[in-house]
Design a protein. Sequence first.
Length: 102
Amino acid sequence: MYAIVRAGGRQEKVSVGDVLLIDKTSTQAGDSIELSAILVVDGETVTSDASSLAKIKVTAEVVKAAKGPKITILKYKNKTGYRKRQGHRQPLTQVKITGIGA
């Protein structure tokens, strides 16, 4: 059984026991969160009806806060001596899927 959930502006395919990175949430490690399901596949049946999906809950447990990879931004203008260097690491939250069901 797996589900496609909406997590932080993206869609992720998850099943029970999967660990994934989503955009930062305001929860602490050990807390439980709910993700909204877009599609649920259970063996032979595929559920994509909005009224049926409203009853299905995908629960996840927050494992820890994490950071994404370092992104380096370089700006340069020729013949003027202008150089600018900037870095960025996206704050993320690592979650583990604990249940998919009604």
